[in-house]
Structures are given as C-alpha cells and as structure tokens.
Ligand binder design. Structure first.
Ligand SMILES: [Zn+2]
Length: 274
C-alpha cells in the first residue's frame, strides 16, 4: 500500500496503545497549509482540516519554555507536520506501528491529528508537543544529524528526559513497580510500561539530584565524546559529568525509592507511550 521510506534517523516517536486501522485505498491529499509560527518553526496543517494543527500554536510557548528551562535551545529549524489520516502519517514517516501518534527526527516532527489520540485533552496536547520538540532539541544539540546518530542515546535517557521535561509523570507506572528490576538501564525490560517507567524515574532522579540542566550537560559531554570518536560516548559523559555509570545510577535510583511504597493497581494511563 505504502512504500516504506528509510529516511528515519532513529526511532523516537511513540504514542498510545490503541489500534489503528489504515484505509485500504490511499486518497490523494491536497497540499498542506504551511504557516510560520517562529522564524525557525514552521507548521504544516492538513488542507482538509487545518484546525487539526491548532494545538501546535496553542501550546508552542509552553513547550519551548519547558525546553529552555532544562537548558536546551529551541529546535532550529523544525517543521511540525500534522496529518489528518493514518495513510498520510505513514507516508510521511515510514512508521507503521499501530500505536504510533508522533515521530521526531532531526529537524522535523510528524503528528497524527489529536482526534486519533486516546487522550486528546489540552494537557496531553501540551505534553506531546513538548515531548517531541524536546527530542528534536536534543538531536540538534549534537550539531549534525550524523553526530546525533553516533551518540547512540539509550532509551532511558532519550525517552526518560522527554517524559520528565514534558511533565508526564502521571502517565508512568510508579517507581515501586520497577524498583525490583536489576540493571534496568543497561538491560531495559521488554514490557514498555516498565521500560518507560524506569526511564522516567531515572531521569526525574537526575533532575532532583543534579539540577534542571543535567540533561543539557550530559548531552554536551556526549557530543564531545562523539566528536572525539569515543566508542562509548554516553559512558564517558556519565563518568565525566556525574561520576557514575548506568549500572550505578540505577542502583542509586532504586536505593532512594521509598522502601514501603505500595504498588498501585496498573492504570490504563500507564499504557500510554510517547
Ligand atoms: Zn519519545
């Protein structure tokens, strides 16, 4: 049906677990409407339903403020494309996972319109925009697309930092649910609910202990290691900035968690990924 492209840099997009059904017959779409919200931020809205992209303008200030609050520059440039059909989203991203609602690349974010999201509320719109723009900002702080790829940011830092900056703690399973995992950063659990939770709580711990700019400092040190051709850039950055390793960091996260925290019953909201 749709030719899969190979232009993705690395997987960063994610979303809720509801199943989508793609249309069997792609329809030719009229040209999207482009509008410039900032000198370096352009939005592409679907021509048939341009209001589907309204959430970008509504929450852009808050998203950029959250990113700046953690020490990174706003993405420059970035194209934010909102798609009103699954076919258009798949054609633009090459991503076919049925739960995917957004996908970030080095200078671009693609969204499926909020009406497809399991939670299309205003909080979710702000969170999702912040989360994806944070991804773009982190990629761009490495200077080039190639260096961003070579940084090999692990899942826990990439998704955990985005989750923390976007304020998505209520969408994550509690630390008590993952504190029994062994070495969860180097060996992430396959259950995405636990994987996102371990990532979020680790990054929340980093902010609490080392300050709001801890991710920016880690990314800067990782970029230096990449440019120095260090084969393990993040390990070098963790040692240099935090005097720790992934294994030690996870142990620290677990040890600082409340020992008698009760494990709540799994909540449907914990199934949301992005
Ligand atoms: Zn993400």
């Amino acid at each position: 049906m749709t030719t899969r492209t190979t232009r993705r840099v690395f997987v960063v997009g994610s979303a809720s677990g509801a199943v989508l059904s793609a249309c069997a017959t792609p329809r030719p779409a009229p040209a999207p409407r482009l509008s410039r919200l900032r000198p370096t931020v352009t939005v592409s809205a679907p021509a048939r339903r341009p209001d589907a992209a309204g959430f970008v303008a509504a929450h852009l200030d808050a998203a950029l403020a959250a990113i700046a609050g953690h020490g990174l520059s706003a993405p420059r440039p970035v194209l934010i494309a909102v798609h009103d059909t699954v076919d258009e989203f798949v054609a633009a991203t090459g991503q076919t996972a049925p739960w995917m609602r957004a996908y970030a690349q080095y200078a671009r974010v693609d969204f499926l319109a909020p009406r497809f999201w399991s939670d299309p509320g205003q909080h979710a719109r702000r969170e999702k925009l912040t989360h994806e723009l944070w991804h773009v900002s982190t990629f761009q702080c490495f200077g080039t697309r190639e260096h961003a790829v070579q940084a090999h940011l692990p899942f826990w830092l990439r998704e955990g930092s985005a989750s923390v900056v976007a304020g998505q703690v209520r969408r994550r399973a509690p630390l008590a649910l993952v504190r029994g995992l062994d070495d969860a950063l180097r060996a992430p659990p396959t259950d995405h609910r636990l994987r996102y939770a371990a990532a979020h709580h680790t990054c929340a711990h980093l902010v609490q202990r080392h300050g709001d700019d801890v991710f920016a400092r880690l990314f800067a040190a990782t970029g230096d290691a990449v440019r120095g051709r260090d084969p393990h850039p993040l390990s070098r950055a963790l040692e240099g900035v935090l005097s720790t390793s992934e294994k030690e960091l996870w142990r620290e996260v677990v040890e600082r968690s409340p020992n008698r925290a009760k494990i709540r019953q799994p909540q449907p909201s914990w199934l949301v990924r992005y």
